[in-house]
Design a protein around this ligand. Structure first.
Ligand code: COA
Length: 335
């Protein structure tokens, strides 16, 4: 929601990322399931993903925030809030945010986890922005971190080729110049999507048991075709809607920053927005779907490559389990 009488915007003032060293390329998947490089590239756009061999989601999140701190003036004790978007928390509780707080030494912070699957970063960014815009908090770290390998069934060719491990973080701070920062968001949930994409066991509905393990309910389940259909429409519609709402034409948008689940979903979204391929941030080929990490990972890589300039209008868009989906419009404020 865009507030009419805003006096400050929340703006991204630093970025950071972490991807594990270990690469799993399509050839590797040819050796473990009945698939091939050509099918994976043409149906998804993915060539490689990363695997976190030692460590958990909180480790990746901490590394990403440490990278952010190394490349900015932020000190750990200055952080007010840590929001961790994830569907692969280290444990159901305590929150991963607590573990991250301790690992980075953010001794004055509070924080929490936010679960919105592939839309997690967008939901967390809007939440963090609201905390900043309220005037109560000045330095909010939003990190998307997912160790998808922890919940992936590497005997299921329908899902195992899709996902990878990564984390990426942004710092939100107040900007009195309303030309910059987060300007609008359109976010949605629809629980009727629960049967198409989920991890059934380990929660209060199906506590972990021998039976849930036998049924492989501790892994991602996805009805790919069903999700594909709604994801294409959901992500394209919401991105178009936020442009219309804010009077943006395609030439006003410097980049679409889409969740990286499938290149065909990304292409359909760009087409609906009238945006050419050069103006779409893409790194799905290198990392696959890293769930809450995809969007900040794109932002960090493109910014560090000098491709995003101060004043650029960006449309962030995602679709994920729940269903959850949405779009955020922001103007880049970093030099
Ligand atoms: N290698 C080779 N063949 C595979 C395969 C793989 N890794 N995975 C599935 N197939 C087969 C299927 O078994 C099916 O074979 P069949 O026709 O004999 O049954 C065939 O390929 C086509 O499967 P289909 O599911 O129609 O493929 P698709 O074009 O829909 O692509 C996805 C599959 C998963 C890539 C695609 O559906 C998708 O991206 N879904 C949405 C993902 C998403 O956005 N998730 C939300 C955020 S997490």
């Amino acid at each position: 929601m865009q507030s009419k009488n805003k006096t400050i915007n929340a703006a991204i003032t630093a970025v950071g990322m972490y991807v594990p060293d270990k690469v799993m390329d399509n050839k590797y998947f040819e050796s473990i399931v009945d698939t091939n490089d050509e099918w994976i590239i043409t149906r998804t756009g993915i060539k490689e993903r990363r695997l976190m061999e030692n460590g958990a989601t909180s480790d990746m999140a901490a590394f990403a925030i440490q990278d952010l701190m190394k490349t900015s003036s932020l000190k750990p004790e200055e952080i007010d809030v840590i929001i961790v978007a994830t569907v692969t928390p280290d444990m159901l509780f305590p929150a991963t945010a607590c573990l991250v707080q301790e690992k980075i030494g953010a001794k004055n912070a509070w924080g929490f986890d936010l679960s919105a699957a592939c839309s997690g970063f967008l939901f967390a960014l809007q939440t963090g922005a609201s905390l900043v815009e309220s005037g109560s908090y000045k330095k909010v770290v939003v990190v998307g971190s997912d160790k998808m390998s922890a919940i992936t069934d590497y005997t299921d060719r329908n899902t195992c080729i899709l996902f990878g491990d990564a984390a990426s973080a942004v710092l939100l701070e107040p900007s009195e110049d309303l030309n910059y920062g987060i300007k609008d968001s359109l976010l949605y949930v629809d629980g009727s999507g629960r049967d198409a994409l989920n991890m059934k066991a380990g929660g209060s509905l199906n506590p972990a048991s021998h039976d849930t393990i036998d049924k492989k309910w501790h892994y991602i389940y996805q009805d790919g075709k069903a999700v594909f259909k709604v994801a294409v429409k959901g992500m394209a519609d919401v991105s178009y809607e936020i442009m219309e709402k804010n009077g943006l034409k395609s030439e006003d948008v410097a980049y679409l920053v889409p969740h990286q689940a499938n290149l065909r979903i990304i292409d359909a979204t760009a087409e609906r927005m009238g945006i050419s391929k050069e103006k779409v941030m893409i790194n799905i080929d290198k990392y696959g779907n890293t769930t809450a990490a995809t969007i900040p990972l794109c932002l960090t890589e493109y910014y560090r490559a000098g491709k995003v300039k101060k004043g650029d209008n960006l449309i962030l868009a995602a679709f994920g389990a729940g269903y959850t989906w949405g779009s955020i419009y922001l103007t880049w404020g970093l030099d």
